[in-house]
Design a binder for this molecule. Structure first.
Ligand code: COA
Length: 171
């Protein structure tokens, strides 16, 4: 799975770049800060390096669907993880997490927009979706800023409620 598969310019935004995580990405997880605050609304606990590898190294031959490192172009630091997944017919789900040191600078919004642009250019979905924990006000705000609308509250995994967001992609 090489970077040559990425044909579009939208692998990058002004400050960020996304890079698909492949099998040989496992050794890059050492030292990444999957703290409780970063993970509380998704995994519910801080992750060790091994747990992060098991959660995010997703081996697939699909060129675009999967998990991505989020890289700050200026410093080449990995500042978070993003996800692009199928969520039904012609429907693409996005997800994102930034490490705490990088919160509050507009990067979450920039990343969500990058994931939308990248998905639209490469996968042409009719609908995009996202899910947040009801307590995750920051993520809800990010989704609203990039054009998602809250559609429903759903039980996503057993006993765990999520806010379900959707955006119809204009043709
Ligand atoms: C959600 C997350 C990506 C937001 O990243 P960020 O870079 O701090 O977000 P932005 O700077 O782009 O801010 C987006 C908006 O959210 C608001 N916001 C950010 N943190 C907030 C908070 N804790 N409470 C309320 N609003 C908040 C900002 O003020 C901004 O809104 P505004 O432009 O109207 O002022 C980041 O907090 C994160 O990675 N959290 C942990 C992982 C996670 O929860 N991921 C989402 C799972 S669904």
């Amino acid at each position: 799975m090489g970077e040559s598969l990425f044909k579009t310019k939208t692998v990058e935004s002004k400050r960020l770049r996304i890079l698909k995580i492949s099998a040989d990405g496992a050794d890059k997880f050492e030292g990444m800060a999957f703290t409780y605050n970063v993970m509380k609304y998704t995994a519910g606990k801080a992750l060790t390096t091994q747990e992060a590898i098991e959660r995010y190294v997703w081996l697939s031959d699909e060129p675009y669907l999967g998990n991505y490192f989020v890289i700050l172009k200026e410093t080449e630091q990995t500042v978070g993880i993003a996800k692009i997944a199928e969520d039904g017919v012609n429907t693409i789900e996005i997800g994102y997490s930034l490490f705490e040191a990088f919160w509050g600078a507009g990067l979450g919004t920039e990343l969500a927009q990058l994931l939308i642009d990248f998905s639209n250019n490469n996968l042409s979905p009719q609908v995009m979706t996202a899910y947040t924990d009801p307590r995750n006000v920051a993520s809800q705000r990010v989704l609203e800023k990039v054009g998602f609308q809250k559609i429903a509250e759903k039980e996503r995994r057993q006993g765990i409620m999520s806010y379900f967001y959707e955006m119809k992609v204009p043709k």
